[in-house]
Design a protein around this ligand. Structure first.
Ligand code: NDP
Length: 491
């Protein structure tokens, strides 16, 4: 049984600094998305708390063994950390499900194990990289030595609190950096538990710190702190721009930004199995109720398939019903907050005013549970520019546009602002590979949509969907810089 009683879950309502919880005055109401109840009062890190956290990370960077010890030892501690996370699945999954949009079954089966395995993946890079010996004249020896950057400021979003924390934090730690993380004020608690387990695994105090607070105040102050060497962030393009500005004004400091998307899925009439493709399309927009940066939110479909695909998608959408995230069997996620729900409603309303035809959904799911749910929605759009096509909705809202041929499909796929991911569904390999070359997107999925449980392929954006990459070797290397050394062999 994975259902649990939310009243029985202990909430680690604190910052985590220098190896211990720091309890502070509660100031921000933390709300359960699936029933709207306030379940904790979150502290806000003031300038003193921020200084303590960054100071502790700086001290750990300079004085603890973390950056200096044999990297294999760092990897061993991270692997042990991953083991402890897996062993703590009951509590971690419950805490995640309680305060976020992740249903308990999914949190247990995916979020917790995926986070642990992601930590193992990055741990393996710790002792599998080095510098280079450079081509110089023979009376010199030139070397490049890879070194960690220092204290990394990490800002994680609310849509997958555990796994996004892993993406931000694990490569930075594996490279020998120390970290101050600010989780979203909406999903602040599982990060504290992760930090506690890191200490239990043997990570020195101060290597991984967590501060609580709101984005525009605490997050901004973290980015501006003079001891922060780099910021890694996942969230909206607007906030990414603000963070880059803060890092430019107080640095410049490097940034990794994983930002918004409006990802197209191109479906050609030659697909061999329309039921299978329909299932893939439905999952790509209803998973986590569409609150996924790579949600497949724009369906571009060849005209002959339009009616039969709409029929299948509407039937699949109709099977989803709201459920409390702590109840076994709940599959359909709530919307994270009433602000986000209103945002979805506003874009759908503007889309309809601009001519989009509502085919299904288009309203709140009145669940009687008290939380925020939105019905899976399909909008048929004829004109190229419509608010539902232009703007990231971050909800279970799919737009459908039709095309005649490959050329028109590729033209419609191009988005002026975003280039995070795209999908192509066709039996024609040549067409798929032509599309791979032409689509402006950091990831292209062919005859599937979504990542596998491998971590090796980097993810990130073209255009304004981001700078730099999460996952893969690229994410690890973005946490290092290189020192050039030139030695005179005949002094
Ligand atoms: P934001 O991008 O504003 O928030 C993401 C993270 O950034 C949160 O931890 C937030 O903290 C923090 N943050 C906010 N402002 C600042 C700032 N000035 N400096 C530093 N950190 C900051 O997204 P929202 O939650 O407001 O959602 C708005 C839209 O963003 C969504 O509708 C969606 O389109 C997009 N989004 C995209 C995500 C993705 O995975 N690419 C994830 C989340 C949102 P806090 O929550 O405490 O304010």
């Amino acid at each position: 049984m994975s259902s649990f009683d939310p009243a029985r879950i202990a909430i680690p309502c604190a910052h985590f600094i220098d190896g211990r919880r720091v309890v502070d005055k509660g100031e921000l109401a933390t709300v359960r998305p699936s029933d709207g109840a306030t379940y904790a009062e979150l502290p806000i890190a003031d300038a003193g708390v921020l200084d303590d956290a960054v100071g502790s990370a700086r001290k750990a960077f300079l004085r603890s063994e973390w950056a200096r010890q044999a990297p294999r030892e760092r990897a061993r501690i991270m692997r042990r950390w991953a083991d402890l996370i897996e062993a703590d699945v009951d509590y971690l999954a419950s805490l995640e499900a309680l305060g976020s949009t992740r249903p308990i079954d999914q949190a247990r089966a995916w979020d917790v194990p995926y986070t642990a395995e992601g930590i193992r993946f990055f741990a393996e890079f710790a002792d599998k990289h080095g510098g280079e010996v450079a081509a110089t004249a023979h009376d010199h020896l030139g070397m490049q030595i890879a070194e960690p950057l220092g204290v990394i400021g990490a800002i994680a979003p609310w849509n997958f609190p555990l796994s996004m924390t892993c993406w931000k934090v694990a490569p930075a730690l594996a490279a020998g950096n120390t970290v101050v993380l600010k989780p979203s004020e909406m999903t602040p608690f599982t990060a504290v538990r992760l930090a506690e387990l890191a200490i239990e695994a043997g990570m020195p105090a101060g290597v991984f710190n967590v501060i609580q607070g709101s984005g525009p105040i605490t997050g901004d102050a973290l980015c501006r702190h003079p001891e922060i060497a780099k910021v890694t962030f996942t969230g909206s393009t607007a906030t990414g721009r603000a963070i880059m500005g803060a890092c430019a004004e107080t640095g410049p400091k490097p940034v990794t930004l994983e930002l918004g998307g409006k990802s197209p899925q191109l479906v050609f009439a030659d697909i061999p199995d329309i039921d299978r493709t329909a299932q893939t399309l439905a999952a790509a927009i209803t998973g986590n109720a569409g609150q996924v940066c790579v949600a497949g939110s724009r369906l571009l479909i060849q005209k002959p398939l339009l009616e039969s695909m709409i029929e299948r998608l509407a039937a699949s959408f109709g099977t989803l019903t709201p459920g409390l995230t702590w109840q076994e069997g709940s599959r359909f996620s709530p919307i994270i907050s009433s602000v986000q729900l209103e945002r979805i409603e506003s874009i759908v309303a503007r889309a309809r005013e601009a001519g989009a035809e509502l085919l299904t959904g288009g309203e709140r799911f009145e669940s009687g549970l008290g939380g925020c749910f939105y019905r899976p929605t399909i909008l048929h759009v004829n004109n190229r520019h419509n608010p539902a096509v232009d703007e990231e909705i971050f909800g279970p809202v799919l737009t459908i546009q039709t095309f005649e041929d490959e050329e028109e499909a590729l033209a419609l796929a191009e988005h002026e602002v975003y280039g995070l991911a795209s999908g192509i569904h066709t039996a024609d390999l040549g067409r798929a590979l032509r599309a791979v070359r032409k689509l402006s997107a950091g990831t292209v999925w062919v005859n599937r949509y979504g990542r596998s449980n491998d971590y090796i392929l980097p993810t990130g954006g073209y255009k304004r969907s981001g700078i730099g990459r999460d996952l893969g070797r690229a994410a690890f290397e973005a946490n290092l810089h290189h020192k050039s050394v030139l030695i005179d062999l005949n002094p």
